[in-house]
Ligand binder design. Sequence first.
Ligand code: MN
Length: 252
Amino acid sequence: MRILVANDDGYLAPGLAALAAACEGLGEIDIVAPEQNASGTSNSLTLNRPLSVYVAANGYRYVNGTPSDCVHVALTGLLDARPDLVVSGINNGANMGDDTLYSGTVAAAMEGYLFGIPAVAFSLVEKGWSHLQSAQRVARALLEQLVPTLAAGGGAMPFLLNVNIPSRSDAERLPWRITRLGRRHASEAVIRQTSPRGDPIYWIGPAGDAREAGEGTDFHATASGAVSITPLQVDLTDHATVPAWHARLCGH
Ligand code: MN
């Protein structure tokens, strides 16, 4: 059993060490993470310059690139053997609803999934690392459920799970719920300032509040004291509207 650990908060983030600790003893572990915090970089790959891989004093490898770069480089040449599982996180803050489209944490896991490898993204709901040890125990418990099947069978269909863990001291005693992604309101307004040189500059504003947060969503689960586990897919096709678009645009 080989496990590749990545994240988007950078190789020095406490959440990465927590996830690596959660994997300990479950297999051979490789850690490849971004050199700098790359939150919000989604699935971007660095194509306009080469990437370098460095080894930190603790053995973690880090890349001067994005989360997707890390997993891509790891899978396509850096690692001696293909991992059986890719895990990402534990992220500093939730990745629920529309966040998943922007998330580097989810993207790192998704890069593994795109290569046909089962993958799990872990996020701690509140920013600031409070109760990270409890989240680590949740990650451990989930991996203990998943790993034996992977080690035994292999060959099973790859999956991509998005796990959000409430920031609570009793997180390991919370129930697990299989959820769907909720929706957020549109992001809040950009913050305009003036640079020291007098030019206008813009800070991307915070994400919007939850809009679709009803029963069954990730927002609802974490708000009501459960660990949210959302199985994700990559196909963005709006299958339901394909016939209508065909009739509207291809009928002549
Ligand atoms: Mn992050």
